[in-house]
Design a protein around this ligand. Structure first.
Ligand SMILES: [Zn+2]
Ligand SMILES: [Zn+2]
Length: 239
């Protein structure tokens, strides 16, 4: 909480300064132009799951994995690769409560989405299990989603879906094990009479958690679900 107030005070009174190198901020953001241009921008991704594809692959064609077994979400926007400065910003936000990183990540995500042709009717941040929320004191996806929602003027839905099962950490699991691991993780608690929703999350690894939530959204009557994530991590097939 103290950290949050310090961040708010800094945001209000100090000129924007690059979080990464302390130079003056670009575009009133907490990043300078040099660091901004060197961010690990994602390129050539599967439109469905945002996995990086070879530069020669046709645009708009889903990857083999999505053709074989489509995820429940329809489209993914992943602005960055989960590397270098972006990895640092996300890790420091999550484990060191650096709220101003959420502000910067949210602004970068909103900027990438500003030209998006079909904005959703509402945004749902990836819910965190109450145990994890208690340990961390905040949900990083809510912090990022708040900025995106405000910037794009899209309503933010909190508490309509909850995480009812605290799945074990899944760093070392295969894709199939991850899907199993997150099964029945989410539950709808309030009706959402909408057709198009975007789920916001910090990082997507295999997309299993996003798939599971998207499935619950679809079962509750939502027809189109987008996944908006700051970064796409490369999941290593290790077993
Ligand atoms: Zn910088
Ligand atoms: Zn794909």
């Amino acid at each position: 909480m103290v950290n949050n107030w310090l961040n708010i005070i800094q945001d209000s009174f100090l000129p924007p300064t690059c979080i990464l190198c302390n130079s003056p901020g670009y575009n009133r953001w907490d990043i300078c132009y040099d660091c901004y241009s060197q961010l690990p921008w994602a390129q050539h991704q599967c439109p469905r799951c945002a996995i990086p594809l070879p530069e020669t692959s046709p645009i708009n064609l889903p990857c083999g994995e999505c053709l074989h077994q489509s995820p429940a979400f329809d489209h993914t926007i992943a602005v960055f690769k989960h590397q270098h400065a972006i990895r640092y910003l996300i890790t420091q936000l999550k484990f060191n409560a650096q709220y101003k990183h959420a502000r910067l990540l949210g602004l970068l995500l909103a900027e990438a989405l500003s030209e998006y042709p079909e904005l959703p009717q509402a945004i749902i941040p990836m819910p965190l299990h109450p145990n994890r929320f208690r340990d961390r004191g905040f949900n990083q996806s809510i912090e990022i989603a708040k900025i995106v929602a405000k910037r794009l003027q899209i309503p933010l839905l909190l508490n309509h879906y909850i995480r009812q099962r605290d799945s074990p950490h899944q760093t070392h699991l295969t894709r199939a094990e991850r899907r199993k691991n997150v099964r029945n993780s989410f539950m709808q608690v309030k009706p959402v009479p909408l057709q198009h929703i975007a789920i916001v999350d910090d990082v997507m690894t295999t997309g299993s958690t996003l798939h599971e939530l998207a499935q619950v959204l679809k079962k509750s009557g939502i027809q189109k679900v987008d996944a908006w994530v700051c970064a796409r991590a490369i999941w290593k097939r290790n077993g």
